[in-house]
Write a protein that binds this ligand. Structure first.
Ligand code: SF4
Length: 282
């Protein structure tokens, strides 16, 4: 039977002006990247995007806010958006991605019909110190545990190509194994001259090896190739599925444009890959 591919769309519902200094992130105010900044996206527009995601065959829709943590105001906003979407769009797995969070706030998200929480470990504990000085990797790990304890499905992965070495990648995968997430986003660094990291795109063969390694370790988990797919894999994007990916982000990313949904759908059709109709794989 053909392998089913899961599609997930992202909405950046609060963009930029973050006080943290994550070196890969154009939303940090420290780096003055040329991005769109807004505090709260209009709820009607978020619902419209959710409908469009569904039309594009996405089964997951992720509500992302910039900033360190899920504070009270963000919690209220994400809940408002989630309830508005669930009222008008059926069958979407709603994911919230709102930074560090305690168990109580995550339980509130669940009450507001959020199904999953996305919080990436990003990289190994050691390498994270070189990437971010404003919060600790351990807090990220704890947030992932909190999400599970709050009864949410966990989506946690990382970003590759920031200068980490093989050992870092191994340690990162080891830590992920401990968390045992439901799905694992694999992002590939998208260089931006405003950011402090070298302007280097990971070579395709190396990126395919990352996916293969992840599939070897996480045999039955959902592996989603997320940010950086187009710039990293270019005309060899089809190879990510053979390497082990079974999910992609469709549409735009947080601050960068993705491929047109139609061209991704066409690519999957050409490959003879079926698109999953629900998050449970049906
Ligand atoms: S906390 Fe999130 S939004 Fe802020 S700089 Fe880090 S990754 Fe970007």
């Amino acid at each position: 039977m053909a392998k089913k591919i899961f599609l997930c769309a992202i909405s950046n519902i609060s963009s930029g002006s973050c006080n943290e200094d994550c070196a890969f992130c154009a939303q940090s105010s420290k780096y003055k990247a040329d991005i769109e900044r807004y505090r709260k996206k209009n709820i009607d527009l978020i619902v419209k995007e959710a409908k469009e995601a569904k039309r594009n065959k996405a089964v997951g829709f992720c509500l992302v806010t910039s900033g360190k943590e899920l504070d009270e105001s963000r919690l209220e906003f994400v809940c408002e958006a989630a309830l508005a979407i669930k009222k008008e769009v059926s069958g979407l797995n709603l994911i919230a991605c709102n930074g560090l969070a305690d168990k109580e706030s995550l339980k509130e998200l669940k009450k507001c019909k959020i199904d999953s929480y996305n919080h990436n470990l990003e990289t190994s504990k050691n390498f994270y110190k070189k990437i971010c000085s404003t919060h600790e990797w351990e807090d990220r790990f704890q947030t992932c545990l909190n999400a599970k304890e709050a009864g949410l499905k966990l989506c946690s992965g990382g970003i590759f190509g920031m200068g980490e070495d093989e050992r870092d990648r191994e340690e990162f995968f080891e830590a992920l194994k401990e968390l045992d997430p439901d799905s694992i986003p694999l992002n590939f660094f998208h260089p931006n001259p405003s950011l402090p990291l070298p302007l280097r795109v990971m070579p395709v063969d190396e990126a395919l090896e990352v996916i293969k390694k992840a599939r070897e370790i996480f045999k039955n988990k959902r592996l989603m190739v997320a940010g950086g797919r187009e710039i990293t894999f270019k005309e060899r994007q089809k190879e990510i599925f053979k390497a082990g990916a079974d999910a992609i982000v469709i549409g735009n990313y947080l601050t960068t444009k993705g491929a047109k949904a139609n061209s991704d759908l066409k690519m999957l059709k050409e490959l003879g890959l079926e698109i999953a109709e629900s998050c449970d794989g049906k």
